[in-house]
Design a binder for this molecule. Structure first.
Ligand code: PLP
Length: 456
């Protein structure tokens, strides 16, 4: 479900007209719906109530502080994968004790600051990392809690780049090594190894990979118990689906129904469960709004050239992802009933939606059925763009990052201002004159201010 809908042929975010938001915030801009964020969070908490998990929102899916604050106010903890994300969680007012911290490359500084800040749980990815956490905790003489990220060798049947629980990926420690890991490190006095963590991939559209991973995890918990190690927390990660097309993803209730029967016996024995959802909360809670700069035809193909492309939304070109795209004000006759690859409306034709960057890979959709009437000056909405949209945006081609707007009811607030050209270069420093070796031009013209100008 989400709160983006067409009324009288015009797109609304909750009760705010998207064209009004674009007129005041400018494009490209991301627009998030607070009611959608809250609804998704509440549904997840409801679905998993029998095992009462701590829901740690995955900061990397959409890290705007306004979004983090909306979820923190609901009681969410945060799942961070870097020191920068822990900083954001703290800035959004989330207690460090409700934060978990994963990632294969934590630096000494990040580890030290997390321990001193009172981090809830390290999700540790390797033997060397554990030894480092234990060394730093020992030096600080501070206890810290650690879960071992296990790699259950489950195929989530998703994109190769976002499959994270197969043996050949870089994440976690395989099941065979997990028992040895506990035997070696399970009695450390400062780094208290007492949890298991897994995150098998994203997005996962069937419940079976979770069932398989949970079954393997429960078996490991028993083996570890026999070895004398009591598991106090299990973090099942994220990866639940989102609706890139209408009704693509199973409802959260179905994931819960697959996981709970396997998890409940452990919960009843005192194991604390943690979930790390990102996409399923924020993907459908956000759209990207673009302006059409030009249209053109090359051969048989019609191109729609927008004011942003892969710089604002990398997913189509990086993962080959589908995002439904449609005009913000198509009129009633051209309002689609469903968000799908081929909305089957008369007056549509296959077109490429591209950005302004100097890359052939700079596209948002190829051969997409869209109204033939789309023209220069129209606004387009790219749907299901809340997750891994702004958080993966780049400044390539010196493109200022988009604005971000949070809508609640009829109220729209800018929660991140659009970057200016000045902020694009603010961290750059001019080398001192001594370091600049000027190339002399034979006629001495380089001294002139307009030397080498195309138009002198
Ligand atoms: C990215 C990530 C998540 C969130 O995945 P979603 O598909 O957005 O739910 C959760 N846990 C870890 C460790 C991650 O890296």
């Amino acid at each position: 479900m989400d709160c983006f809908s067409y009324r009288n042929g015009e797109l609304y975010a909750e009760d705010a007209r998207v064209s009004d938001i674009a007129a005041s915030a400018g494009t490209p801009c991301y627009v998030y719906s607070q009611a959608t964020l809250e609804d998704h969070y509440d549904r997840l908490v409801d679905a998993f109530r029998p095992i009462d998990p701590l829901v740690c929102y995955s900061v990397k899916s959409c890290s705007n502080l306004g979004v983090l604050r909306v979820l923190a106010a609901r009681g969410a903890g945060m799942d961070a994968v870097s020191g920068g994300e822990l900083y954001r969680a703290k800035a959004a007012g989330v207690p460090m004790s409700r934060c978990v911290y994963a990632g294969v490359g934590k630096t000494d500084r990040e580890i030290r600051e997390a321990i001193l800040g009172g981090l809830g749980l390290f999700n540790c990815e390797s033997e060397e990392e554990f030894e480092n956490i234990a060394r730093i905790a020992g030096e600080l003489r501070r206890e810290t809690r650690v879960a071992l990220r296990i790699n259950p060798d489950v195929d989530p049947k998703t994109h190769r780049y976002t499959s994270t629980g197969k043996k050949e990926t870089k994440f976690g420690v395989d099941l065979e090594r997990a028992r040895r890991f506990f035997a070696t490190y399970g009695r450390d006095p400062f780094a208290r190894l007492e949890g298991l963590h897994l995150h098998i991939g994203s997005p996962i559209y069937t419940v079976d990979p979770y069932r398989e991973a949970m079954t393997k995890t429960a078996a490991l918990v028993d083996e570890l118990a026999r070895d004398g190690f009591a598991i106090r927390s299990i973090d099942l990660g994220g990866g639940f689906g989102a609706d890139y097309e209408s009704a693509q993803s199973p409802p959260l209730r179905e994931y819960a129904e697959a996981i709970i029967p396997l998890a409940k016996p452990l919960f009843d024995r005192g194991v604390r469960f943690i979930l790390e959802p990102g996409r399923t909360i924020v993907a459908n809670a956000g759209i990207l709004v673009l302006s059409v700069l030009y249209t053109k035809t090359s051969g048989d193909k019609r191109f729609i050239i927008c004011d942003a492309g892969m710089n604002a939304l990398l997913r189509p070109s990086h993962y080959g992802s589908f995002h439904f795209i449609w005009p913000v004000a198509p009129g009633e006759a051209m309002t689609p009933a469903r968000r799908t690859l081929d909305p089957k409306l008369p007056g549509t034709v296959a077109q490429d939606v591209v950005g302004p960057l100097c890359e052939t890979g700079d596209f948002l959709a190829l051969d997409r059925v869209l109204p033939a009437s789309i023209r220069r000056g129209d606004l387009l909405a790219v749907f299901t763009a809340g997750a891994y949209g702004m958080s993966m945006a780049s400044r390539y081609n010196s493109s200022p990052l988009p604005a971000e707007v949070l809508v609640s009811g009829a109220r729209a607030q800018v929660v991140r201002a659009r970057e200016s050209f000045e902020t694009l270069v603010e961290h750059e420093r001019t080398p001192t004159a001594l370091d600049l070796r000027r190339t002399e031009v034979a006629d001495g013209a380089s001294a002139r201010a307009d030397a080498g100008a195309i138009h002198a």
